[in-house]
Design a protein around this ligand. Structure first.
Ligand code: PLP
Length: 485
């Protein structure tokens, strides 16, 4: 029993070869007959969702409030979540591989945690603004599993956690620059809205943010240690690199995977340049393992950001942890005169989130959830690879433990060339639409994915459910136009 969801590390070179091949080909769309069948599903079977979203559009921008929500052909309204399943407003059932955007590993509405939360609500209420025992219990529980977290401060979201980490890094090092991997998402703060989704896009998605806010943010191409070395070397005379922030499995939950020794190389560079290493474990803590991805890779970052599973799928999920001397900078309270990296949050570290996080971590340990969710993803991905091969499709399936990827559109792999930006944007649009179509097709076959390309598995995904999901995926893939070559 390893406790980690990754049973075998993927062959990164092979994945990139396949992805590069995918990008040499035109998109393999779903046949028009197949797609019209899927669209009919929404019209015929999702009437209540359509009605509610039409109404919601009058009061809520775009009709939905979540960036991961499917908008094509229209968003689906979810009524109920339980275990591996979701049910929509019209009563349709779906196998849920969104798992609330990766915030859940025990399965939806997991009873043992829910009961503890209800007990807390009944006996104590959700918030007081004062200290509760669960803050301490959660911090100790995290420290027990992730030794680099000598101290932990809970926050309201992953976005805030990255903001706090960067602030601490700048205060502690006296340096300015922060380097992230191109394509990575570390939340929507002004300084992290840079190089989103596709490496090389810089400030393309940073509308409404003055250039000065991201003046000290740099991106380098993922898995390119030489590029990082060059950037850090150059930064020495430009204010220095305060921190390198990475998702240890690669940007966007490993959508751009990295070599197994990549994190070690980054750690070495950070040590060489007196730069702090920040691991963004918002997705990976409790999904790759309770020891985090840092436990799997055996790397000690200086600071770690948390979110999602840290509050067990309950609201207000975020936190910063790390070395004691660094974490002292985010001490709360009213004491003046100290150099502080000010962070806060009225509802951060509330009893409800802290208790939900604490009991979730205990349950993950008790049930060995990460390993089991990893086995579910292994089974799913192996079968998808076989179907892709049999159908001679250029799609790419792989997983990093309980994070599964099924890349069909290549939207995030478009090579940015500023000289040809018009045609590049057109290509992105075409690929994006195909991605939406795939997402809608999976949904019509009863599967919810993240953005039509990612599957977060959970403890609830037993073999029967995974085999059912495989048949559903297969039906979609059989509806894709085959290559003529
Ligand atoms: C790797 C990573 N970091 C940070 C965030 C931001 O977390 P939050 O949505 O809680 O602000 C996300 C959200 O998806 C994420 O995937």
């Amino acid at each position: 029993m390893s406790g980690f969801s990754i049973s075998e590390y993927h062959n990164t070179t092979e994945i990139y070869e396949k992805l590069n091949h995918l990008m040499t080909l035109p998109v393999h769309a779903i046949t028009s007959e197949g797609m019209s069948g899927y669209l009919q599903y929404f019209e015929k079977k999702c009437k209540k969702s359509k009605e509610m979203i039409t109404e919601a559009k009058k009061f809520i921008p775009g009709g939905v409030q979540h960036n991961l929500a499917f908008n094509y052909p229209f968003p689906i309204v979810i009524d109920r979540a339980d275990g591996a399943y979701l049910w929509d407003a019209d009563g349709n059932q779906y196998i849920d591989f969104l798992q609330s955007g990766g915030a859940i590993i025990l399965g939806n509405n997991y009873q043992p945690v829910r009961e503890k939360v209800i007990q807390l609500l009944n006996e104590s209420g959700p918030v007081t603004g004062l200290f509760s025992e669960f803050e301490l219990k959660l911090a100790k529980e995290i420290n027990k599993h992730v030794p680099s977290i000598e101290m932990f401060r809970m926050l309201g979201s992953g976005t805030e956690s990255a903001m706090a980490a960067i602030r601490v890094a700048r205060l502690a090092t006296g340096k300015k620059k922060v380097i992230k991997m191109g394509g990575a998402y570390h939340g929507w703060s002004d300084q992290m809205m840079y190089g989103l989704h596709i490496p090389g896009t810089g400030s393309y998605e940073a509308h409404g943010i003055p250039g000065g806010c991201r003046k000290h943010t740099h991106e380098v191409f993922p898995n390119d240690i030489d590029a990082l070395r060059k950037k850090m070397s150059r930064n020495r005379v430009r204010g220095g690199t305060a921190a390198v922030i990475v998702e240890p499995v690669g940007p966007e939950s490993g959508t751009r995977p990295v070599d197994k020794d990549h994190n070690k190389q980054i750690r070495e560079l950070c040590d060489q340049y007196d730069t702090l290493l920040i691991f963004d474990e918002v997705v990976t803590f409790g999904r790759i393992g309770l020891a985090g991805a840092q436990g799997y890779f055996n790397i000690t970052p200086d600071l770690t950001t948390f979110g999602k599973i840290v509050a067990g799928g309950f609201p207000a999920a975020g936190g910063l942890g790390g070395r004691r001397d660094l974490m002292e900078h985010v001490a709360a309270g009213i004491e003046g005169g100290k150099k502080r990296a000010y962070v806060g949050g009225t509802l951060a570290a509330n009893p409800l989130s802290s208790a939900a996080g604490y009991y979730t971590i205990q349950e993950i340990g008790r049930t060995n959830a990460c390993e089991k969710a990893g086995q579910a993803a292994d089974r799913l991905i192996k079968a998808l690879e076989e179907i892709i091969d049999e159908l001679n499709l250029p799609f790419v399936a792989y997983n990093q433990g309980a994070i599964g990827h099924l890349e069909t559109s290549g939207t995030m792999f478009v090579k940015i060339n500023l000289l040809k930006i018009k045609s590049i944007l057109k290509e992105i649009k075409v690929r994006q639409h195909f991605m939406e179509q795939m997402g809608a097709a999976y949904m019509a076959e009863g599967i919810v994915t993240l953005a039509g390309s990612r599957m977060y598995t959970s403890l609830a995904d037993d073999d029967v459910i995974i085999d059912d999901a495989i048949s559903r995926f297969e039906r979609v893939l059989r509806n894709v136009e085959r290559p003529s070559t």
